[in-house]
Design a protein around this ligand. Structure first.
Ligand SMILES: Cc1cc2nc3c(=O)[nH]c(=O)nc-3n(C[C@H](O)[C@H](O)[C@H](O)COP(=O)(O)OP(=O)(O)OC[C@H]3O[C@@H](n4cnc5c(N)ncnc54)[C@H](O)[C@@H]3O)c2cc1C
Length: 760
């Protein structure tokens, strides 16, 4: 028993922790930074002031994680972020296809808990910084009210992933808050102060059907007059969660120091909106609905942005400018909001897309004046306009992974963040990121120690793409449709397909391509033909005499004609999609982007896939098959479709697909890396929005690796992950490695992006 007589002074317990990397903030960017640093061999402390991880993605706020795929509503194909973010979202899909935010919490906690190199401090708030000297952080102080303990956290490198930038602020790092003028970076989209210079906070609510009538008495502080919200007619009894992202407030206030005030106003609005839905009499369908959950922590969008050696700007995003030091990519639209938020008569957001993804340079990820301070998440070095795109969580996670990996390299080699700008060090950082599953536009993976490079590759079969069988339904051409066709340089293939017409009509068919081979905005019409069709079923042959200069995707476009139906195939193949010139208002896609003059965005059409279980390919036949799925793709250094499919795909008729690597001399093999197709086109929204499947239809589930004596040395069963590293318990000496895999389903042939082998 402890008896304290109340004599003498008392002090809180103080624990001193010394690590290589201190990460402040446990949102997705901080989690990714901590995981990346720890997996790269650094000891890490991750400090999060709330009870769970995830920041705005956690069950406390409940935002769905999004990034370059933009709900599949823009032209960024196969643009889901790889690496840690992919690992999290694929696991979330597998365990939680319904999108329950509590399950995502557990996945993030599990990932961090599983790393021996991470000490996680939850409910622990960083509030003080001690500097080693004027330019270098020495330690941070944090406090956990749950265990009444103060922590002194010393590190060599520090990562500020706290959203509001508590660490950078206290350390004296240069920062900004509010919007730049148009002149500063020559950004035509820079907003006026009349529109608003800061994005506000939001609070969400969830509802559920109790099955019996439920009364609702609003708290006295609830908003009484719903008409003070100019768009109040948009409320309905159905929408909840992040669909109501536009319940936003605080963009005219100090989004840090006025945060509690903003939260109260948001509570006032949320309870007022619910009062309106339950008690105005306008929503009889709400009679049995009850509030299930209301956020207690506002989701914060914007506050401080810190200055790095470079500030990303609108032109980098729109023109997809190339940076030698690219370490992450973005692709969400530039998405700014009116400062008055929900009280503004203006639309809740002003979103403009680029034609493709853009690279994020490393120079945006460390402070320009504090030598050992990295930044991750929404506070990176970007102008207010560019921040409108980089701020989303999947992009924040990609940035976090880059920062964590860089911090570990700095620790290992006794360097400071800026030192990694040296070309050979930058190349090592980029290669480390690629090795952990990240995709970087314009950078190929090149493992010097991958011994698969010296092997002869043999495949049981490789699909020569001749089109898709006509084994599905007919689909009315109520919207223009494009079938992507990957082709090598040379003559265009001729295409045959059937059509059903309900009346005599004219149909326009086109070949299109994208201006840049690495984009999927099919803006260039290469050849067009109008066909006069008689009512009934007919067969069309579409050809042209053009030749292509480079390998790339072509788009076979059938323009909208509601008298025509096109045949659909049930077959799906890695790296091929059908696209629709349709509308997705959730991301300001109205079929065509037509920006007003002078705001610095391109006009172009949107061509996007439909979500599964829809989104099937058109049944077409190519007169000359295109051999784009050969086994040489397995070692081309690109592990997702980009410019070309980059996948080895087996022939669907192959009863026992396999890949064999054969060397002249026996090799000692310690580990094998396999990259599967987990459909990087799918955004995998993490909460609220359910998905029709719990694993990606292209992902190989079962696989056996055998040595030259036919001994199975490794097996994967029921796989759902994107990258599998097989570490053999005993190294194996063998002249051949045979990887036998099963087709994922009768409609999807087996595919792999990469096989890599390493000595022990
Ligand atoms: C309403 C709303 C809608 C949005 N819509 C989307 C969307 O649909 N999809 C999308 O991807 N993004 C969306 N965003 C943007 C996105 O949520 C944020 O930009 C993103 O969360 C930023 O990530 P982060 O890791 O920098 O910050 P956060 O997610 O905020 O994480 C920072 C973490 O640091 C912690 N922290 C702060 N201070 C301290 C301290 N002193 N000590 C310790 N820990 C601290 C915080 O508790 C928090 O958990 C939206 C934002 C809002 C508010």
């Amino acid at each position: 028993m402890l008896v304290d007589k109340g004599q003498g002074s008392r002090e809180l317990k103080l624990e001193s922790i010394s690590v290589d990397v201190v990460v402040v903030g446990g949102g997705l960017s901080g989690v990714s930074a901590a995981l990346a640093a720890a997996r790269s061999g650094a000891s890490v402390v991750l400090v999060q002031d709330r009870p769970v991880l995830g920041g705005n993605a956690s069950s406390e706020v409940r935002l769905w994680v999004l990034g370059a795929t933009s709900h599949m509503g823009n032209n960024n194909r196969w643009a889901r972020e790889g690496g840690i973010l992919d690992e999290i979202l694929i696991e979330n899909l597998y365990r939680n296809r319904e999108g329950n935010p509590l399950i995502l919490d557990t996945i993030l906690l599990e990932k961090v808990y599983a790393e021996d190199n991470i000490r996680l401090l939850l409910n622990t708030c960083v509030h003080e910084v001690q500097m080693e000297d004027e330019q270098q952080v020495g330690s941070v102080m944090a406090f956990c009210s749950q265990n009444q303990t103060r922590y002194s956290l010393q590190g060599a490198q520090f990562v500020d992933a706290s959203g509001d930038g508590i660490l950078g602020f206290l350390a004296g790092a240069a920062f900004r808050m509010g919007a730049e003028s148009r002149e500063e970076f020559g950004e035509p989209f820079a907003p006026s102060s009349e529109y608003g210079e800061l994005l506000g906070h939001s609070i969400y609510f969830y509802t559920k059907d109790a099955g019996v009538p439920v009364r609702y008495h609003a708290p006295s502080f609830a908003l009484q007059d719903i008409t003070t919200i100019p768009r109040f007619r948009s409320f309905n009894a159905k929408d909840h969660g992040c669909k109501l992202w536009w319940i936003e407030y605080g963009g005219r206030l100090d989004t840090i120091h006025d945060s509690e005030r903003i939260k109260w106003e948001l509570w006032r609005i949320v309870y007022g909106v619910w009062h309106h839905i339950k008690n105005s009499g306008q929503f009889p369908e709400a009679e049995t609905l009850t509030l299930e959950w209301v956020g207690t922590i506002p989701g914060k969008r914007e506050s401080r942005r810190f200055e790095g050696d470079y500030m990303l700007r609108q032109q980098d995003v729109v023109e997809q400018r190339v940076h030698e030091d690219v370490v992450a990519f973005g692709g969400w639209s530039i998405d700014l909001h009116p400062g008055d938020g929900v009280y503004s008569p203006l639309p809740g957001c002003n979103q403009w897309h680029s034609k493709g993804i853009y690279g994020i340079p490393y120079r945006c990820l460390y402070s320009r004046n504090i030598s050992n301070l990295f930044m991750a998440g929404r506070l990176i070095s970007a102008s207010h306009v560019a921040f409108g795109s980089t701020r989303v969580m999947a992009t924040g996670s990609a940035v976090g992974q880059a920062v964590g990996t860089a911090a570990a390299i700095c620790v290992r080699e006794g360097l400071m963040p800026r030192d990694l700008l040296d070309a050979s060090r930058m190349s090592r950082l980029q290669q480390s990121l690629l090795q952990s599953g990240v995709f970087l536009p314009g950078v190929r993976r090149n493992d010097k120690d991958d011994i698969s490079a010296s092997a002869r590759l043999q495949a049981s079969s490789s699909l020569t793409f001749t089109g898709f069988p006509q084994d599905g339904d007919w689909q009315v051409l109520d919207c223009s449709v494009a079938q992507m066709v990957p082709v090598h340089a040379g003559r265009f293939p001729g295409v045959t397909f059937e059509l059903q017409t309900s009346a005599d009509t004219d149909l326009t068919v086109q070949w299109r391509m994208s201006d840049r081979p690495d984009n999927q905005t099919p803006e260039i019409i290469l050849h067009e033909q109008a066909f006069s069709l008689k009512a009934g079923v007919c067969q069309l042959f579409f050809e042209c005499n053009l030749t292509l200069q480079d390998d790339r995707y072509l788009y076979l476009v059938l323009l909208r004609n509601e008298s025509v139906s096109v045949p659909i195939s049930n077959m799906r193949v890695s790296g091929i999609l059908s696209l629709y010139n349709h509308i997705n208002v959730a991301v300001s896609n109205y079929g065509r982007q037509s920006p007003p003059e002078g705001i610095g965005f391109d006009a172009f059409e949107f061509w996007c896939p439909r979500r599964r279980p829809g989104g099937r390919n058109l049944a077409i036949t190519l007169n000359n098959g295109v051999p784009v799925f050969g086994s040489e793709n397995l070692r081309n250094g690109v592990d997702r479709p980009h410019v070309m499919p980059n996948a080895w795909v087996a022939d669907p008729e192959d009863p026992s697909p396999f890949i064999r690597l054969e060397w002249d001399e026996p090799q000692l093999i310690g580990s094998i890396e396999l990259c599967f197709d987990n459909d990087f086109d799918h955004p995998l929204e993490s909460v609220l929005m359910g998905h029709p499947e719990d694993r990606m239809p292209f992902c190989v589930h079962d696989l056996t690796v055998s040595d030259d004596r036919g001994n199975a040395i490794a097996c994967l069963r029921d796989n759902h992950e994107t990258v599998r590293y097989i570490h053999l318990t005993e190294p194996v000496e063998t002249r051949t490695l045979t990887i036998a895999l099963s087709h994922p389903s009768a409609d999807v042939p087996a595919a792999l992006f990469a096989v890599r082998c390493f000595k022990p």
